[in-house]
Write a protein that binds this ligand. Structure first.
Ligand code: NAP
Length: 256
């Protein structure tokens, strides 16, 4: 219960999937947690459920690709909870699954606007609060697709590769100010994002699920909590010497 006592965290894309698991585990560990998402009903329901359990959580509507909204919401979160010391840049979309030569500029930009610019906007506007608090942990959800390639999702691969290096640059820029930045690289985790992706890209989603599971040496996909526990570690002081690092949680996918 005390691993994150005194921490105030904002989790983008916190209504569903990996984000919702991270919100739940961080709140249970004692953090005050702000859920930021565009899915209001699900986010409000999660905040309500956690509050009923006596945990500290709230929901804010926030499209991470809109800089004004991001600044207003993060300032509001810091006002409401007294500070902001942990940012989990989790909101992300898979985007169009066409080969590069068939992609439109709009399809390319829509992924970069959420997955890359969203991380930039949130980090930019969380930073004044972390500097004021004299401590911070930025946790960026990259992917195995930010480490190795596969013949699909070109805009997504580009975005997750960018997030990996943005993390290292911010780790160096803010290291002396006690503000850390690390990336997490999940393998396939069974969430609405993956479920939709398999539905949209295969004739037989059950067969595609089994084939995707088999890509992991452990023989199955991960679950949102597998990533959420990594988030709790990176948010906590247990990881105080960890910055600029890549936490790979992938059932052995990239070990081959
Ligand atoms: P998810 O189930 O789709 O949940 C993501 C949440 O973010 C959704 O609530 C989504 O709303 C929200 N969101 C989308 N665009 C947003 C925006 N502009 N502003 C604010 N919120 C927004 O995704 P997930 O699978 O949990 O993935 C979470 C993160 O982990 C992503 O960055 C993803 O790339 C990364 N990741 C996932 C996997 C995996 O296998 N699941 C693997 C590697 C990395 P909508 O539903 O309306 O879009």
């Amino acid at each position: 219960m005390d691993r994150l006592k005194g921490k105030v965290a904002a989790v983008t894309g916190g209504s569903l999937g990996i984000g919702a698991a991270a919100v739940t585990r961080m709140a249970e560990a004692g953090a005050a947690v702000a859920i930021l998402d565009v899915l209001d009903k699900e986010g409000e329901a999660l905040a309500h459920k956690l509050s009923e359990q006596g945990l500290e959580a709230g929901y804010w509507h926030c499209d991470v690709s809109d800089e004004n909204q991001v600044k207003q919401v993060l300032d509001n979160v810091a006002d409401s909870f007294g500070s902001l010391t942990v940012l989990v840049n989790n909101a992300g979309i898979a985007g169009s699954n066409k080969p590069t030569h068939e992609l439109t500029e709009e399809e390319w930009d829509s992924v970069q606007n959420v997955n890359v610019k969203g991380v930039f906007f949130c980090t930019k506007h969380a930073m004044p609060h972390m500097k004021k608090a004299g401590v911070g942990s930025i946790i960026n959800l990259s992917s195995i697709y930010g480490l190795v390639s596969a013949p699909d999702l070109p805009p997504y691969h580009a975005s997750k590769g960018a997030v990996r290096l943005m993390t290292k640059t911010d780790a160096l820029l803010y290291a002396t100010e006690n503000i850390r930045a690390n990336s997490i690289h999940p393998g396939f985790i069974w969430t609405p994002l993956v479920e939709d992706h398999l539905k949209n890209t295969s004739q037989d989603p059950d067969e595609a699920r089994a084939a995707t599971a088999a890509l992991h040496p452990v023989g199955h996909m991960g679950e949102p909590d597998d990533i959420a526990w990594g988030v709790v570690y990176l948010a906590s002081d247990e990881s105080k010497f960890v910055t600029g690092s890549e936490l790979v949680i992938d059932g052995g996918y990239t070990a081959r």
